[in-house]
Design a protein around this ligand. Structure first.
Ligand code: PLP
Length: 457
């Protein structure tokens, strides 16, 4: 109640922000000295800014606030852990209770072959850990030439040197001489971009075939792993055809290559399973997680290590010279345990699979009747639509906007000004709402989106 009544001097906060705060992924000049919006409070699926405006957060913060804002049981768990033991590391023959309990819990909710967890502070660190782990694995098996990791254009795997290299974002590669050696990329399974003349299923097999081509080009005895997000998130919610991942899995098996599923966005219920690899028929050897593991309340990430890799590292590896001060941070792990307890007790994974997920899919698909929307699709609680200038009978024939017009950003601006957070990736508008969103709130969100599309039209 105190926070609700609090008055903020927005202009003063913005001046301080401009003077001192270097924001991630931000062109400060483009802001033109205009202050950015100051978010001060969250409750459920809503945020409030310093001017008292209410906003529906269609992005769960940054795809992470799965259980919604304002969960006092998480803050209480964090407070209690801070009072009891705010920090202790798990190097040098020690461990801590929340980290052990969380490792066991993650083993319980993930597919049976995942019995081990390596904790990090973020998703980027999780993917750096993957790079070191898979190369170590092949070294230990006497195949040190297997170093190359294959990823995809437009993938997002984090912002560290290895994370940004694994990612396939041209803008990131252009800054700082990335990618680092032995990381190569293939095309993304975007039916809209590359599927002309094919059914989605035909395209899924064709796009997976790019992996085999790349393996043969690099040399199968040099390839260590393939990494992919089950549904590409930051690249624009690219939902692959059903045939894609089973074919990728077949190719990885054929050449003995490790498969890494980056589930930083997809994990913890977002697609109606604990992990989306279960939905897509993937059998990954490693799973990167972060975000939804704590619903973003406290930073935490890591890698679920499947038996194939764990056995070699643990039984043959000796010391793995890798780890972070905050690996297994007790406060973060306590937050995660309470977050997972909430997801379980409220049946959120099941709700997304069988109730609100299908409902969102149906309501979101209706937006395709809007003159500006060429294509709308979703998978559980991630969804995206493409803005088009004029529609044609077939999706590949729609007339597109000139990218220079940045129609997505215009649309995003209308949303933001009208109480709705929806992200623009080029001309694709995407959402990933909190998993607690109800049917009535889905209706409210879809109506808001439609209203803002009308304003953009
Ligand atoms: N992997 C994926 C799929 C992500 O979406 C992200 C962040 O958005 C990351 C990795 C990086 O995680 P972090 O920002 O916690 O380092």
């Amino acid at each position: 109640a105190a926070a609700r009544a609090e008055k903020f001097d927005t202009a003063a906060i913005q001046r301080q922000d401009t003077a001192h705060y270097m924001h991630p992924f931000t062109d400060h000049q483009a802001l033109g000295g205009k202050g950015v919006r100051v978010m001060v409070r969250g409750e459920g699926i809503y945020l409030w800014d310093s001017e008292g405006n209410k906003v529906l957060d269609g992005m769960s913060g940054l795809w992470c606030v799965n259980v919604g804002y304002g969960r006092t049981s998480i803050s209480q768990a964090v407070y209690k852990q801070m009072e009891t033991l705010p920090f202790y590391n798990s190097f040098f023959n020690t461990t801590n209770l929340p980290a052990v309990q969380l490792a066991a819990k993650l083993a319980e909710i993930s597919p049976p072959r995942f019995q081990h967890v390596f904790f990090t502070g973020s998703g980027s660190e999780g993917n750096d850990t993957n790079v070191r782990m898979v190369r170590r694995y092949w070294d230990l098996l006497g195949q040190p030439a297997r170093k190359v990791i294959i990823s995809r254009h437009n993938a997002y795997h984090g912002s560290t040197m290895a994370g940004a290299s694994l990612g396939g974002m041209d803008g990131m590669h252009a800054q700082g001489g990335l990618p680092i050696p032995d990381i190569v990329h293939i095309g993304q399974p975007s039916y809209l971009e590359s599927g002309r003349g094919m059914t989605p299923d035909e395209f899924g097999v064709a796009a997976a075939g790019w992996l085999e081509q790349k393996i043969l080009e690099v040399g199968a005895d040099k390839v260590a792993a393939f990494i992919g997000e089950p549904v590409q998130g930051a690249g624009g919610v690219i939902i692959p055809p059903a045939t894609y991942w089973p074919e990728i899995q077949r190719i990885c098996d054929k050449y003995g290559i490790l498969l890494i599923a980056d589930e930083v966005i997809c994990g913890f219920g977002r697609t109606g399973r604990w992990f989306a690899s279960e939905l897509f028929g993937m059998r990954p050897d490693l799973i990167t997680f972060a975000k939804g593991v704590t619903s973003g309340y406290v930073p935490l990430g890591g890698v679920l290590v499947g038996d194939r890799v764990a056995r070699v590292l643990i039984e043959q590896g000796g010391e793995f010279n890798h780890g972070f001060t905050y690996s297994g941070h007790p406060v973060a792990c306590a937050a995660a345990l309470e977050n997972i307890r909430i997801i379980e007790s409220e049946g959120l994974v099941d709700r997304v699979a069988n109730d609100t997920g299908p409902y969102l899919e149906r309501r979101f698909a209706e937006l395709a009747d809007h003159p500006l929307v060429g294509y709308a699709d979703s998978c559980g609680f991630v969804a995206g639509l493409n803005l088009v200038k004029a529609k044609a009978a077939a999706v590949h024939d729609h007339e597109l906007f000139d990218p220079a017009l940045e129609v997505g950003m215009v649309c995003r601006g209308h949303m933001f000004g009208n109480g709705m957070i929806m992200r623009a990736v080029g001309d694709r508008m995407i959402i990933a709402p909190p998993l607690v969103m109800t049917r009535a709130q889905i209706d409210e969100m879809v109506a808001l989106i439609r209203h803002c599309l009308d304003l953009t039209h």
